[in-house]
Design a protein around this ligand. Structure first.
Ligand code: 4NP
Length: 155
């Protein structure tokens, strides 16, 4: 069993997008029984909320439903529970490292470590236009492929 947690700031744009794309790819690969996934935010502004409508629309266009997901904030148990804690940007990464006990630090990684591109951060699309959400999906789809490959190699 492998457990993956995607983390951004608000848990309404990037990390739910990553979760929606990843769960579709996990399902396609037939590994739903052995790969668990969730997402959360470092901040609590959007706890209980559905994802941002722009994120949901962009994901739906590519065949990834995500309107069922709800925002939550990272909690101490997450550092025990998950094997991979994947930050969307360096700010999320440093917030997670500050919060986590030191022996869990190796689990905390930049999500785009698994990307085939040179990009290492998924830029926050919240204050921009629709094109920012499409770019998030481009990065997320690519990194989810790399992540899934990595997990398949480990299982
Ligand atoms: P996310 O985007 O971290 O990708 O979910 C944001 C959502 C909300 C806010 C910032 C970023 N906010 O400031 O409310």
């Amino acid at each position: 069993m492998k457990k993956v947690l995607f983390v951004c700031l608000g848990n309404i744009c990037r990390s739910p997008t990553a979760e929606a794309v990843f769960r579709a790819k996990v399902k396609q690969s037939g590994l739903e029984q052995v790969i668990v996934h969730d997402s959360c935010g470092t901040a609590g502004y959007h706890v209980g909320e559905a994802p941002d409508r722009r994120a949901t629309q962009a994901a739906q266009k590519r065949g990834y439903p995500m309107s069922d997901l709800r925002g939550r904030q990272v909690c101490d148990e997450d550092f025990e529970e998950f094997d991979y804690i994947l930050a969307m940007d360096r700010s999320n990464y440093s917030d997670l490292k500050r919060r986590a006990p030191e022996h869990h630090h190796p689990k905390i990684q930049l999500f785009l470590k698994y990307s085939s591109t040179d990009e290492r951060e998924v830029p926050d699309p919240y204050y921009g236009g629709a094109e920012g959400f499409d770019y998030v999906l481009d990065l997320v789809e690519d990194a989810c492929d790399g992540l899934l490959q990595r997990l398949q190699d480990e299982l």
